[in-house]
Design a protein around this ligand. Structure first.
Ligand SMILES: Nc1nc2c(ncn2[C@@H]2O[C@H](COP(=O)(O)OP(=O)(O)OP(=O)(O)O)[C@@H](O)[C@H]2O)c(=O)[nH]1
Ligand SMILES: [Mg+2]
Length: 290
């Protein structure tokens, strides 16, 4: 039996969360086309015959500009310290970028074995991918390099096989039924945040946070009230939208996903609150579990 902790790391937007969801076969981590989608370490266990993979999705590695960013980077470093293996994801469309090198430097410092995963190969031809693999092969410290597509699933089996080879021998670390240790309300807040990331633009997605204020499970319906935190009154206006249209759109879209996730009917109430510059406010970050 093989088992161990694998930290999925890399710069923002390379597809770490998309890969995590595919590896565990269900949507746990939120995904969006905007960078810095993931803010927390997200544990997800994949149970296989003869192996247990304990994956950690992590925030994208980028230069911190505020307290929230510093916390995110801290999360990456702490996760790497606990990991048996680092899976460094890069984007085939922009390999060896300054961001990738920065991420590689951070991983190297922790001295964990590194597997590089070159993602999004569905966007390039084979002849374009080979030189990129060759480029990474010159980095002597790497345990392996695997090209794949988290979106289509191409070569993800092979990636998993390579990770298995590099996992230590050991007994299962989690019971068979455990997929994650995070509570349902974390994922519900994340689903609301995913809709904000997808439906709003510019600074609004990155200056929004979601916290669950009320959770009441009834016979036929779960009643959930959540507040959306923003940094400025203008952002509140954008989130609410003309006649409340934007907030309605976010709410409807989130409720559908939450109902599917919880497997029950849901009433979702959303409220927008302004908390100026919350990303630099330790008290607020603490309340948000960040
Ligand atoms: N074409 C293509 N797009 C992908 C692939 N994997 C992920 N994406 C897209 O890339 C974008 C970012 O994906 P995420 O999974 O959120 O990326 P991430 O690395 O978790 O990003 P952060 O949480 O911000 O660090 C989304 O629009 C995904 O649909 C892939 O294999 N091919
Ligand atoms: Mg992510």
């Amino acid at each position: 039996m093989k088992s161990g902790f694998i930290a999925i790391v890399g710069r923002p937007n390379v597809g770490k969360s998309t890969l995590l969801n595919r590896l565990v076969g269900q949507k746990l981590a939120i995904v969006s086309p905007k960078p810095q989608t993931t803010r927390n370490g997200i544990l997800a266990v994949a149970h296989r015959d003869g192996a247990q993979f304990v994956f950690y999705d992590t925030p994208g590695i980028h230069k911190p500009a505020n307290e929230l960013d510093r916390h995110m980077l801290q999360t990456v470093v702490q996760t790497l310290k606990r990991a048996d293996l680092a899976l460094l994801i890069v984007d085939v469309g922009d390999p060896m970028s300054a961001g990738d090198r920065r991420a590689l430097d951070i991983v190297k410092k922790t001295r964990v074995p590194i597997v590089v995963g070159i993602n999004k190969i569905d966007t390039r031809s084979k002849s374009q991918i080979l030189p990129i693999i060759a480029g990474y092969s010159e980095q002597h410290e790497l345990a392996a390099i695997v090209p794949f597509s988290a979106l289509t699933g191409e070569n993800v089996d092979r990636l998993e096989g390579v990770l298995r080879e590099h996992l230590p021998e050991g007994e299962a670390l989690f019971p068979e039924e455990t997929v994650t240790e995070l509570p349902e309300r974390f994922f519900v807040a994340e689903i609301v945040r995913e809709k904000i990331l997808r439906l709003t633009q510019e600074e609004v997605p990155h200056q929004s946070a979601v916290s669950i204020e009320l959770w009441e499970e009834g016979e036929a319906l779960t009643r959930i009230e959540a507040s959306i935190l923003v940094s400025r009154p203008s952002q509140k206006g954008i989130l609410i939208g003309k006649n409340g249209d934007m907030l309605k759109k976010i709410g409807t879209s989130a409720r559908k996903d939450i109902e599917q996730f919880l497997g029950t009917h849901v009433y979702l109430g959303l409220h927008v609150k302004v908390e100026s510059d919350w990303r630099d406010n330790r008290r607020v970050l603490g309340e948000l579990g960040l």
